[in-house]
Design a protein around this ligand. Structure first.
Ligand SMILES: Cc1ncc(COP(=O)(O)O)c(C=O)c1O
Length: 398
């Protein structure tokens, strides 16, 4: 046999060299290692609604245990279509426009794989939910980042520069990824901002891929607007959502896309060969979840508002500058006051010596330097967890 030097890297795709493992999920492992309070990863530590857990148990007991239709169980697709009509005023055909995936995570990557060619560009606001960059790379596209700038006052809004956004659009732009309500900033995009994005999408013939997984988690009377509702957008929008956040079931892995039939067809092909389908019994439980009364959603949002208003004073007292979120369940903070060289050394100290896990801001930016003064905390936790975190954070003042 020829003497070929063994080079392990030879076995790897170039693509995987362009991104790192998830920092958020790494911080959860560190929280476990040091026994720290986990305010890093966005999963609730309180129970999911009893009626939907019961629906999942009943589905398994009644033998909904084989593959569902690859693009989603009919009951769930019908429920998604009803909810889109009821909440967003958008008419959706469950037969041709809905694809149920393994979480909105799979929904996003299936969409990008379905629409992107090598050389296409995808516009992404940053700071961004950390999956979007690797998703774009895996689909062969090049991410183009546009900055969301933090507000100068505690109560102000994150904003973007119109000229910077326009400059990111050109002939090779295939899509823009939107996330509203936004992780990590808590920004909820306004109608004028969405109209501006719409105008650019129409002018440059671009698709909007909008991750609306926090649509029901809103504060201070803020309204969620789906870009698909805007004139000219129905035929060029993929709306992504899922059960994870609205029903506190992040481990169920059920999400979906809603898109025009031609795009849906392409997404369904990718989805079929990636995962075949999402868990069948949990899709049936999802149909029950989507039928919960309006009071459920009101209680969900008010519960999170209380948690936000519990955590922010504790963070402020400990020395963080907090950017008040209008939606989703994270607080982005500025850590300048602590005098650490960067966010990584600070979060390491925080998890090991103080006993609280948070996410370093750099993981939400293309250039780590841009997030070196920021750290994100999740507040989708029980009052006891938040109080324990507050107690530990007070150690920072010493
Ligand atoms: C903006 C955003 N999109 C998607 C996800 C993942 O959703 P899923 O559990 O449906 O895959 C998260 C989870 O934190 C998120 O913050």
């Amino acid at each position: 046999m020829a003497d070929v030097a063994f080079r392990p890297k030879h076995f790897l795709s170039d693509k995987v060299t362009h991104f790192t493992e998830s920092v958020i999920r790494e911080m959860t492992r560190q929280a476990m290692l040091y026994g720290a309070v986990n305010l890093a990863q966005g999963f609730p530590d309180f129970p999911a609604p009893a009626e939907i857990k019961r629906a999942a148990q009943e589905a398994i007991a009644s033998d909904v245990n084989q593959y569902a239709i690859t693009w989603g169980a009919k009951n769930l697709r019908n429920a998604i279509s009803r909810q889109m009509q009821q909440w967003l005023g958008i008419a959706v055909d469950p037969e041709t426009q809905v694809t149920v995936c393994c979480g909105s995570t799979e929904a996003m990557i299936s969409t990008l794989l379905a629409v992107c060619n090598a050389g296409d560009e995808v516009v992404i606001f940053e700071p961004f939910y950390e999956n979007y960059g690797p998703d774009a790379v895996l689909s062969g596209a090049k991410p183009r980042f546009v900055k969301l700038r933090p507000p100068s006052t505690a109560d102000g809004e994150w904003s973007f520069d119109e000229r910077e956004l326009r400059a990111a659009f050109h002939n090779h732009t295939k899509a823009i990824i939107l996330n509203t309500p936004n992780n990590p900033t808590g920004k909820v995009f306004t109608l004028p901002e969405l109209e501006l994005i719409r105008d650019l999408c129409v002018e440059f013939n671009v698709i909007a891929i909008t991750d609306e997984i926090y649509e029901h988690i809103l504060y201070d009377g803020t309204e969620h607007i789906s870009i698909a509702r805007l004139d000219g957008m129905a035929d060029r929008t993929v709306t992504i959502n899922g059960l994870s956040k609205t029903y506190s079931v992040t481990g169920w892995r059920v999400g979906w896309t809603v898109a025009p039939p031609t795009i849906t067809n392409a997404i369904r092909k990718v989805h079929d060969f990636l995962t075949v389908g999402a868990p069948a019994p949990l899709q049936e439980a999802g149909a029950v979840a989507l039928g919960l009364p309006e009071a459920y959603y009101e209680k969900l949002a008010r519960g999170y508002e209380k948690r936000r208003d519990r955590l922010i004073p504790a963070l402020t007292e400990a020395g963080f500058r907090c950017f008040r979120p209008r939606g989703a369940y994270y607080v982005m903070t500025d850590i300048s006051a602590f005098g650490f060289p960067d966010d990584i050394s600070f979060t390491r100290y925080l998890v090991k010596e103080i006993g609280v896990a948070a996410v370093p801001g750099s993981s939400f930016y293309n250039d780590p330097k841009d997030g070196a003064r920021q750290v994100r905390f999740a507040f989708c936790k029980r009052d006891e967890t938040l109080d324990e975190a507050a107690r530990k954070l007070s150690g920072l003042r010493k």
